[in-house]
Design a protein around this ligand. Structure first.
Ligand code: GLC
Length: 577
């Protein structure tokens, strides 16, 4: 199998506004990131994914680009960027940029020209339509709520925006638009960046004719994902993008691909296809987003992640992640930050990190950061949260109820400044940060966790080192174990004559398990988040709340039963101890 550097890599995602401020304006910046590269190197990460730092009016914190070839003044200069890139490379690390190709800012010169007049040469660079009886051209709702169309009084037409009204969608059907975007991609590659995370890439293609969606409930607008998410033909665009800009370069491309299923993934990232290297799928989000109050459904998580493991084994890259800047913190979603912060953060880490694929860590996740505390609705910054507040208020919902909902669900939870130490402004800035610190920074911060042997940070560091030193954890096969267990997530990685068992109780209650496959008393415990007495695994098939163990299993621990006997054993009878 062809060796690709990113298969062995660990990616660290930086939200630049909140990572490190070097110039005392309360906003994170490029020089701040450069100043903290030693930390990332110490942690062991290989690739940095930098969320947008281009010039932008920041309606959506940089995902609304007004100049693709300029750095936003709040982040520094192009010289600062070049220095950051050089310093990343000097440390043997790589840097990928977050590129938004589906839309631009409404302040982008292309859009300004496009909206200027109906006969503007750039009119067709965006999606303009006449209204219908004084209303929007169709009934689509934008992902950030409200109509997906905004009326432009100057030119008397509506433009399409799948996200905020300040993020007009580019018209990918127009070859001139595609050519201009591919040129931008090549421009950054020529500068030496090591690849891209491609924002909202599954939305590029819109359903032909932009038809109304069925609306049996008579809604003012209908959630419109189906009309623009992974629509037939989108892969032709991705294909052309790859061919025109990165197919023959040794770079990493990661597509944000909402709506792409495991069954379809091979078409996106299959090695033979030469399109993208990995996609960020959303399937495991749904477990939480359907009901943010519900406890983690371990069986459902296992089903989803195992499906992706099977779908891409030996065929293409899996991006492994639990957090990002669009999600609340994972210990608050699926762990227990009050009683078991260390245990739940590390158990969740052990489960996703050692699957086949490339693990992503979102800044602060390596500390087990939890959701923050919001005292009032004014504290929400995110454009989606602001729209949601407006909508719920218009529906007469009380502020307290809105606060309760957003405290649990808001993207702002993961966007609070990085806590470096317990000093003023958490060591993030010398000034008041642009966004309130998570008050837990006094106890949850980098300096403290670096000094402690038993910290979430130390655990992540050991996980990274484990992947680096055990090749079967990179390319070995994956088999889910204990498939009937509702608390324990366990799996086997097997390859190159090596076998590893990862086993974690993902609940706040003690768990029992039985499995005939392996005799862990003969196995070597490589990493655990609870003290495991030497005799313990021979005596108990029991795990403490959020207990996680990682074993290397030698041949002596292989099952003695015949294959037939093993097959006959019902999953509920399985025994791992
Ligand atoms: C992606 C980004 C998100 C952004 C949206 C619009 O989903 O991850 O932060 O708001 O695209 O660009």
């Amino acid at each position: 199998m062809e060796r690709q550097w990113w298969r062995e890599a660990v990616v660290y995602q930086i939200y630049p506004r909140s990572f490190m401020d070097s110039d005392g304006d309360g906003i994170g910046d490029l020089n701040g990131i450069t100043a903290r590269l030693d930390y990332l190197q110490w942690l062991g990460v290989d690739v940095i994914w930098l969320c947008p730092v281009y010039r932008s009016p920041n309606d959506d914190n940089g995902y609304d680009i007004s100049d693709h070839r300029a750095i936003g003044a709040e982040y520094g200069t192009m010289a600062d960027f070049d220095r950051l890139l050089a310093e990343v490379h000097r440390r043997g690390m790589r840097l990928i940029l977050d590129l938004v190709l589906n839309h631009t800012s409404d302040e982008h010169p292309w859009f300004i020209e496009s909206r200027a007049a109906r006969d503007s040469p750039k009119r067709d660079w965006y999606v303009w339509r006449d209204g219908r009886d004084g209303r929007a051209p169709n009934n689509w709702e934008s992902i950030f709520l409200g109509p997906a169309w905004t009326y432009d009084a100057g030119s008397g037409q509506y433009f399409l925006h799948l996200f905020s009204a300040r993020q007009p969608d580019l018209n990918w059907e127009n070859p001139a638009v595609r050519a201009a975007l591919f040129e931008i991609v090549r421009w950054w590659l020529d500068k030496g960046v090591d690849g891209f995370r491609l924002d909202a890439i599954s939305h590029l293609k819109k359903r032909a004719g932009l038809p109304d969606l069925p609306n049996p409930a008579g809604l003012p607008q209908v959630p419109s994902y189906a009309a623009h998410m992974n629509v037939d033909g989108v892969l032709d665009f991705v294909d052309e993008l790859a061919r025109a800009s990165f197919r023959h370069r040794d770079v990493l491309t990661v597509g944000e691909a909402n709506g792409v299923s495991a069954a379809q993934a091979e078409a996106w990232v299959g090695r033979a296809r030469g399109r993208l290297d990995m996609i960020l799928h959303f399937e495991h989000w749904t477990l939480w987003s359907r009901d943010p109050h519900a406890a983690l459904d371990v069986a459902a998580l296992r089903t989803i992640l195992s499906r992706w493991q099977r779908a891409l084994h030996g065929r293409g890259g899996n991006a492994l992640y639990l957090e990002n800047h669009d999600l609340p913190r994972v210990v608050s979603r699926w762990g227990d930050p009050l009683r078991y912060r260390y245990e739940s953060a590390t158990a969740l880490a052990a489960v996703y990190f050692l699957m086949e694929g490339t693990p992503f860590i979102y800044q602060g996740q390596e500390l087990g950061m939890a959701n923050t505390v919001f005292a009032s609705l004014d504290e929400f910054d995110d454009v989606f949260a602001r729209n949601r507040i407006a909508r719920l208020r218009a529906e007469g919902v009380a502020d307290a109820a809105i606060l309760a909902e957003l405290a649990l669900t808001s993207r702002d939870n993961s966007r609070t400044p990085m806590p470096w130490d317990d000093g003023p402004h958490a060591g993030f800035s010398t000034a008041r940060p642009w966004m309130k610190l998570n008050p837990e920074y006094r106890t949850v911060n980098v300096a403290r966790q670096q000094a402690e042997a038993r910290s979430v940070l130390a655990f992540y560091r050991r996980l990274i080192a484990l992947r680096r030193t055990h090749a079967a954890l990179i390319d070995g096969g994956y088999t889910a174990l204990l498939r009937a267990n509702r608390q324990v997530y366990a799996y086997l990685r097997e390859g190159r004559g090596e076998r590893y068992v990862i086993i974690a109780n993902l609940s706040a209650r003690p768990a029992r398990y039985r499995h005939r496959g392996f005799l862990l008393r003969h196995a070597e415990l490589l990493l655990a988040n609870h003290a495991v007495a030497p005799h313990e695994d021979t005596m108990h098939c029991r795990l403490q709340p959020f207990e996680a163990r990682i074993y290397r299993v030698p041949d002596a621990a292989r099952p003695r039963a015949t294959t037939a006997a093993r097959t006959a054993a019902a999953p509920a009878d399985e025994e791992l101890c």
